[in-house]
Design a protein around this ligand. Structure first.
Ligand code: 4AD
Ligand code: MG
Length: 463
């Protein structure tokens, strides 16, 4: 029966739009973006998410299901059988001349995506529907393709993908910005003890897979983790979320310079990939979101990334012909305005800042010979600031133990981590690349909440 819908028989809109020749009997499905009616015929633009462009459907009174047109509105789900023919109209090569139209899912009158353009702020309030817009559909496709490209990059180079735990008993960054995991009711009046809790000790959501992935690095030499990480930092900025995805490679027999090179190779490969593979979707961002996007991405392709030490960066900022709200001073973290100066005004491209004061970096970073800096690196990029944070790891048992104690942590909590320094320790290094920051960088989207399907930020958990 022709009216039966089969997933196998349907041809995606993107495939139809890329056809070389007309096709006789095809079945397309999708959601109606627009409907235009004339006397005796109508046009529907449908989209099934397979690509940015809509498939134009023309239907006339002779087609089966023509009488259901009044029941079709923007947002309705339909299936259309017909012939793919050359479109006489402007703007598209092909159109689907319908012989049969079926409403699969009607759309209620209050469907909020009636207009062509909506503000990002509004769309965040309907995160369950925003993937039906061009921009968020394009973002979802780019996000998916880039996730694959990350795996492809590492797998091709012989890295092993390690699934690090999400529930953890240790604080990797030592910053204490962790969500607690418990089976106890925190709002109950009866107080309970750690011993009575599920794990019999404090448990948290991981802030980074690094400590776990390091143990596999010291067995497999080249590894990476790629998964969700969680931070309860209460900063309501356009670059921070409570839940975000991080790519974390770790390489053995390597130093900070190998680490920076790997980060540069990764970022460059992903930018190349998105330009080639996601051209149609990327073009939407280049036209409607960030006019400088393609210039920025092309520039990155052509030049190698700047490398300078933290000390050099501070000097440069102090000499800058610009007044900063926060005076650049040795020992202080770089502020967004400093990052912007370096990446957008001075070097006009990605910049690695390495060898940071030990006081503002994590306990596991390798101590330099000067005793006051650690072999840490941040990759700063135009538009989104810090994209990558990484370091050489302190592989010397005595130095690492001393750091843990200096910072007031309990050695016992890190017994297994310290074990790896007792049993065949080697120099190794790694980094974390914030996947959402990277998506901001390659699409020009200004708010991190708009590059992930369901953003998690303070006081925001509607979906
Ligand atoms: O610099 P961070 O804190 O580094 C680490 O967690 C290391 N343990 C990673 C490693 O060496 N394996 O975080 C790495 C990156 C940052 O550069 C940033 O891009 C991103 O993760 N990031 C965030 N992205 C979104 N929201 C947040 N709250 C983020 N915090 C960090
Ligand atoms: Mg960092």
């Amino acid at each position: 029966m022709s009216s039966q819908l089969s997933f196998r028989d349907r041809i995606e809109c993107a495939t139809l739009l890329a056809a070389d020749t007309p096709l006789e009997q095809v079945l397309a499905t999708g959601w109606v973006r627009t409907k235009r009616e004339s006397k005796g015929f109508a046009f529907l633009e449908i989209n099934d998410g397979s690509g940015l462009a809509n498939l134009q459907v023309i239907i006339d009174a002779a087609a089966q299901g023509y009488d259901c047109l009044p029941a079709i509105a923007t947002g309705s789900a339909v299936s259309v059988r017909g012939a793919l023919i050359e479109s006489p109209g402007k703007g598209q090569r092909w159109e689907l001349s319908a012989t049969e139209l079926i409403v699969i899912g009607a759309c209620a009158d209050d469907f909020p995506l009636q207009k062509k353009r909506h503000s990002d702020e509004f769309l965040r309030t309907i995160a369950h529907l925003r993937a039906r817009t061009n921009k968020y559909g394009a973002m979802a496709r780019i996000r998916s393709r880039l996730s694959w490209a990350i795996h492809d990059f590492f797998q091709k180079r012989g890295f092993n993908y390690i699934h690090t735990p999400i529930i953890t008993g240790s604080d990797c960054e030592g910053a204490g910005e962790m969500f607690r995991v418990t089976t106890h009711d925190p709002y109950a009046s009866k107080t309970s003890t750690r011993d009575e809790d599920f794990f019999g000790k404090e448990a948290h959501l991981t802030v980074s897979g690094q400590l776990s992935v390091e143990t596999y690095c010291l067995a497999l030499s080249k590894v990476y983790a790629f998964g969700p990480t969680f931070r309860s930092e209460n900063s309501n900025t356009s670059r921070h979320m409570a839940e975000f995805w991080m790519v974390e490679p770790e390489i053995a027999f390597a130093d900070i310079h190998d680490d920076m090179q790997l980060a540069e190779d990764l970022v460059r490969a992903l930018v190349e990939f998105v330009i080639e593979d996601c051209a149609e979707d990327l073009d939407l961002f280049a036209r409607f979101v960030d006019k400088d996007l393609m210039t920025r991405l092309q520039a990155l392709r052509e030049r190698s990334f700047t490398r300078l030490t933290y000390g050099e960066a501070i000097e440069l900022l102090q000499k800058a012909d610009q007044t900063f709200e926060f005076k650049p001073e040795w020992g202080a973290d770089l502020q967004a305005e400093h990052e912007r100066y370096l990446t957008e005004s001075h070097f006009n491209g990605p910049v690695f800042v390495y060898d940071w004061p030990k006081e503002i970096k994590a306990f596991y970073m390798r101590m330099n010979d000067d005793g006051r800096t650690v072999a840490a690196m941040d990759l700063l990029v135009p538009h989104c600031g810090e994209l990558v944070g990484g370091s050489a790891r302190e592989e010397r048992l005595d130095v690492l133990t001393q750091r843990i104690n200096e910072l007031g942590f309990d050695e016992k909590d890190y017994w297994w981590y310290l074990d790896t320094r007792r049993f065949g320790s080697v120099p190794h290094a790694g980094f974390g690349l914030g996947f959402e920051r990277f998506l901001m960088f390659v699409t020009g989207v200004a708010n991190i909440r708009d590059v992930i399907p369901f953003p998690r930020t303070p006081r925001n958990l509607d979906f």
